[in-house]
Design a protein. Structure first.
Ligand SMILES: NC(=O)c1ccc[n+]([C@@H]2O[C@H](COP(=O)([O-])OP(=O)(O)OC[C@H]3O[C@@H](n4cnc5c(N)ncnc54)[C@H](OP(=O)(O)O)[C@@H]3O)[C@@H](O)[C@H]2O)c1
Length: 282
């Protein structure tokens, strides 16, 4: 099988490429080789490479940057994926497209299932939802995978850099009034390999398992695991105190019902995933 990856230099794309390359031919594309905002290039590269499967790991992922630059957000996260799906349809390839928990507004008391109605709060969430719809319209066989709080080695976000933050003297202000289940990259990479091999279609939620936590509780669990190495002071804050441009859902816990129905094993508990991450990051 030949697989073409977009966003192959990103957090998820780089580790997915490395995992897939052990078993199959992978064409890693970066923004320079396949820019999602360049319709001709998208069409040309997909046609030229003629893969059986395309995995779209590319996106404009800065939630606050999207809020400040809505036009660019929609170009990257909505129009681009639609073009990619169209190019896939033309050559008979399937598309695995990565989306987000931020398509939900957080007002539900329980975890969100794939059947729940999305109602994004932020430009990022709205652009990603529009991307899901564009992909589904162009290519009904596509597989859409929503992840949440994605972290791993090489990432630049809070969870990815937690070990460095906790072991550096200073204060860490972590949001304590949100709730979610995070997604450790090596675990979602395994699930994406399952979905590619099984040629699945439709909408999937993929996160680690366990009891949902806030970012503060997540960091607290990290501090317990790092023990005497911790130098920072962890301070709980309300999301509103951070005055960030983009609103965030207070509950964005995803229920991975579809995987369960298909008999795919739940991903490991998030505490266990975090322990693996901190160990590999030291
Ligand atoms: N990180 C999270 O917490 C999180 C949570 C939920 C869902 N997700 C979703 O998970 C997916 C992967 O996220 P990630 O954290 O791996 O993102 P990432 O590390 O930011 O990687 C995204 C990649 O996309 C590339 N890219 C940006 N614009 C592009 C364009 N116009 N054409 C082609 N490539 C472009 C970037 O290249 P440059 O480096 O050149 O910009 C980068 O390599 C995304 O769909 C994201 O929305 C992420």
């Amino acid at each position: 099988m030949k697989i073409l990856l977009t966003g192959a230099a990103g957090l998820l794309g780089s580790q997915l490429a490395a995992a897939l390359e052990t078993e199959t031919q992978v064409i890693r594309t970066t923004r320079q080789m396949l820019d999602l905002t360049n319709p001709d290039q998208v069409q040309q590269v997909v046609q030229q490479e003629a893969p059986q499967v395309v995995v779209n790991c590319a996106a404009m992922t800065g939630v606050d940057a999207c809020e400040l630059h809505p036009q660019a957000a929609f170009q990257h996260n909505a129009t681009g994926p639609g073009l990619l799906a169209q190019a896939c349809r033309k050559i008979g390839a399937n598309l695995i497209h990565i989306s987000t928990d931020y398509v939900f507004d957080g007002s539900k008391a329980d975890a969100y299932t794939p059947e729940d109605h999305p109602s994004p709060l932020s430009v990022y969430g709205k652009s990603k939802l529009a991307g899901e719809q564009a992909v589904q319209n162009e290519l009904p066989t596509a597989c859409i995978v929503r992840v949440a709080g994605l972290y791993g080695i090489g990432g630049r976000n809070f969870a990815s850099t937690l070990a460095t933050l906790l072991t550096t003297p200073g204060t860490i202000r972590a949001v304590a009034d949100n709730r979610m289940l995070t997604t450790y990259v090596p675990d979602v990479v395994n699930r994406l390999c399952d979905l590619i091999k099984g040629q699945y279609s439709g909408l999937f939620h993929v996160t680690n398992d366990g009891i949902p936590s806030s970012w503060y509780e997540f960091a607290q669990a990290g501090a317990i695991l790092l023990g005497t190495q911790v130098r920072a002071q962890l301070v709980p804050v309300h999301e509103a105190e951070l005055h960030r441009p983009a609103p965030r859902p207070m509950n964005s816990t995803l229920h991975c019902t579809r995987s369960e129905q298909l008999g795919l094993r739940p991903l490991p508990d998030w505490h266990e995933a975090l322990a693996r991450h901190l160990k590999s990051d030291r």
